[in-house]
Design a protein around this ligand. Structure first.
Ligand SMILES: *[C@@H]1O[C@H](CO)[C@@H](O)[C@H](O)[C@H]1NC(C)=O
Ligand SMILES: *[C@@H]1O[C@H](CO)[C@@H](O)[C@H](O)[C@H]1NC(C)=O
Ligand SMILES: *[C@@H]1O[C@H](CO)[C@@H](O)[C@H](O)[C@H]1NC(C)=O
Length: 358
């Protein structure tokens, strides 16, 4: 501590947290004021304390009337702000999986009395406090794209979340119907169209506007400097909903973000307070049997129709009539020419004979 010197003031440190000052020794005149200021060095604060509390008592050897004693005590409290440098990282397992009718059901998880095939997915997020102070508390928000389209069914079902060593807990909106099989009255033409267009890549990202996302909110308790807390999320993805989509690759971008307690401020050194995890659902690309049947049937029908159309068109243009007439005429011409040939030959023979005679 430092002390601003003023006449008639002397201080001594009685204990580490007890400073005693005598003012106006040997006496204070009536109606006089003394200004006292103390400077504390805060560089040694551990970051354990939420507020700094100073209790000041003024006492005198002289008797003082009880009714005027209330202003002899002063309580000064200073809320402390913790400087921290937090970072979040995460991993997802698996990073890709295959779905589709040709994938065996044993690759997926079935829940009791539900007909859906679920793909299990695990997320692990880690929040690290790189100091310099203790982080009194934080909130981690995890956002998962939950729908293929704005009005579709929710795809994810969270089984469990766990914060390491019980140092926090998570809340989320439960999915009341984890196994929704879309019962759209989809025509066979739509299915065939979907089969042929299953080529694109679709990205589902909560940072894009208009996305319906599932938010898991975890509140974490205090973290000392250099301490890490991990959050595990176990969940299931309803693959029946994926099957109805026409994309062959669906990319899910999940985002995690740390929010600090009011009592802490971030001193940024470039460590990220956001993270994104990506996993991909790959369609097996094998058409369903009846789709193949329908494709063949429709191709046949279209072929026959085209043939008939062409035939009618040609007939209308008089192609066949002209053709027959040409054939008939050609036949006639041929006969005619044969006859004339005969005649030529005959006349030649007769000419020859005439010559011989001559
Ligand atoms: C700071 O916290 C410690 C332990 O919680 C406590 O013993 C100490 O009195 C506190 N100091 C201040 C200045 O509040
Ligand atoms: C997910 O975590 C659970 C529990 O830790 C484990 O049993 C399971 O095998 C994990 N699944 C995947 C796909 O990593
Ligand atoms: C977990 O939640 C319960 C009830 O909401 C709460 O009392 C408890 O303090 C929380 N635990 C932590 C470590 O945040």
């Amino acid at each position: 501590f430092g002390l601003q010197d003023e006449k008639g003031i002397s201080c001594m440190l009685v204990e580490l947290d007890f400073l005693k000052c005598s003012i106006g020794f040997p006496f204070m005149r009536a109606q006089t004021k003394y200004h006292l200021s103390v400077l504390f060095d805060t560089s040694r604060l551990s970051g354990e304390n939420e507020t700094l509390l100073f209790l000041v008592h003024a006492r005198s050897a002289n008797p003082e009337h009880d009714s005027t004693l209330h202003d002899n005590t002063l309580e000064l409290s200073i809320p402390l702000v913790h400087e921290v440098d937090t970072a979040i990282t995460g991993v997802v397992s698996p990073t890709s999986f295959v779905y589709g009718n040709s994938v065996e059901r044993s690759h997926f998880v079935q829940l009791d009395d539900m007909e859906c095939s679920f793909q299990p997915l695990n997320f692990t997020f880690q929040v690290i406090n790189n100091g310099p102070s203790r982080l009194p508390g934080s909130t981690v928000n995890i956002r998962i794209p939950n729908r293929m389209a704005g009005n579709g069914a929710d795809m994810f079902h969270i089984i469990d979340t766990q914060v390491s060593e019980g140092r926090g807990n998570c809340t989320w909106q439960r999915n009341p119907k984890p196994c929704t099989v879309p019962q759209d009255k989809e025509s066979i033409f739509h299915t065939i169209f979907a089969f042929f267009t299953k080529s694109g890549r679709k990205v589902l990202d909560c940072d894009r506007p208009g996305r319906a996302c599932l938010t898991i909110s975890c509140s974490l308790s205090s973290q000392a400097k250099e301490e890490a807390t991990s959050i595990d999320v176990q969940m299931l993805l309803n693959t029946e909903i994926l099957q109805r989509d026409s994309s062959s690759v669906i990319q899910f971008v999940t985002r995690g973000h740390v929010l600090l307690d009011d009592r802490a401020v971030e001193v940024s050194t470039g460590l990220p307070e956001d993270t994104s995890l990506v996993f991909e659902a790959l369609h097996s690309q094998e058409p369903r049997g009846y789709v193949v049947g329908w494709i063949i049937a429709i191709s046949l029908l279209v072929g026959i129709l085209l043939f008939l159309l062409l035939a009618v068109l040609l007939w209308k243009m008089g192609f066949f009539r002209r053709h027959y007439r040409e054939i008939i005429e050609a036949e006639k011409n041929r006969k005619d020419s044969d006859e004339s040939w005969d005649w030529v030959q005959k006349s030649q023979e007769s000419l020859d004979s005439v010559q011989k005679i001559q």
